[in-house]
Design a protein around this ligand. Structure first.
Ligand code: KIV
Ligand code: NA
Length: 270
């Protein structure tokens, strides 16, 4: 069982490996491959649920998929992403939603897209026993504010704001910090300034760990961001398998004798 303490202990010693997953078989494969932590990201919206962005993802959606991942994964730390407006509107509601991920769905930590509004909440959740992964830089729940998914922290003032928020979330007790789509030198500076492990995505090589969306890593996505790398071609593999199946059924080569069983004792019914 990987715990938040194990993640902290790896910091600066060994790279921390994080990958998203949304279902039990993918979680089991991540586990067998030696992934340290599985993030059930609200990227679920873009990937498995087919939405245009993460905004429609509900707490029920997240809980449902966190449950599946928790059933599939033994060793990796399971982290539940908190979807749009499930935290930050009202403290009681935020705690109830985050608590549900741990108490009912089987997560061991939650991730919050962060800003000045999540410092106190992080502290409160940690006090209550819910480990928090903070997330700064590009926070996709702000897509309508950004007008897309532009790189963040690209000028001095914005970079300083990110560093300051990283420090305040460390102080609030976050056990790790995702840095998404920021300049590599900013990510390196934040990593150097914090004891808390930084987990980069589109943030260069100097973070304490890396995270990517599993659909991008295995080559299932139709489109991937430029900072991702395809390590497989599952889309091609699936397409081939499904085309072959269609063709086999249509041509009558499936099912064959080896897939069928006749019962000798049955008499003809008509
Ligand atoms: O939802 C997600 O998958 C994420 C990671 C990419 C950090 O937030
Ligand atoms: Na997310």
């Amino acid at each position: 069982m990987t715990t938040v303490r194990d993640i902290k202990a790896k910091t600066g010693e060994e790279p921390i490996t994080v990958l998203t997953a949304y279902d039990a078989p993918t979680a089991a494969i991540c586990d067998a491959a030696g992934i340290d932590a599985i993030l059930v990201g609200d990227s679920l919206g873009n990937t498995s649920l087919g939405y245009e962005n993460t905004l429609p993802v509900s707490v029920d959606d997240m809980a449902h998929h966190v449950e599946a991942v928790a059933r599939g994964a033994d060793d990796p730390l399971v982290i539940a992403d908190m979807p749009f407006l499930s935290i930050g509107v009202d403290e009681r509601e935020s705690i109830a939603n985050a608590g549900r991920m741990v108490k009912e769905a089987g997560a061991e930590a939650v991730k919050l897209e962060c800003g000045p509004h999540t410092v106190d909440l992080t502290e409160r959740l940690v006090q209550l026993g819910i480990p928090v992964m903070a997330h700064l830089g590009l926070t996709p729940q702000h897509v309508n504010q950004y007008g897309g998914y532009p790189r963040q922290g690209t000028d001095q003032e914005a970079a300083e704001r990110i560093l300051e928020l990283a420090r305040s979330h460390e102080e609030a007790g976050a056990f790790s910090l995702v840095l998404e789509h920021v300049p590599a030198n900013l990510a390196a500076d934040v990593t150097a300034a914090l004891e808390t492990p930084t987990i980069g995505i589109g943030a260069g090589p100097d973070c304490d760990g890396q995270v990517l969306v599993v659909d991008d890593v295995i080559g299932l996505s139709e489109w991937s961001p430029s900072f991702a790398e395809q390590f497989g071609s599952v889309r091609e593999e699936m397409t081939g398998a499904i085309e072959d199946y269609v063709e086999a059924v249509e041509s009558g080569t499936f099912p064959a004798d080896e897939h069928s069983h006749e019962e000798d004792d049955l008499e003809e019914l008509y």
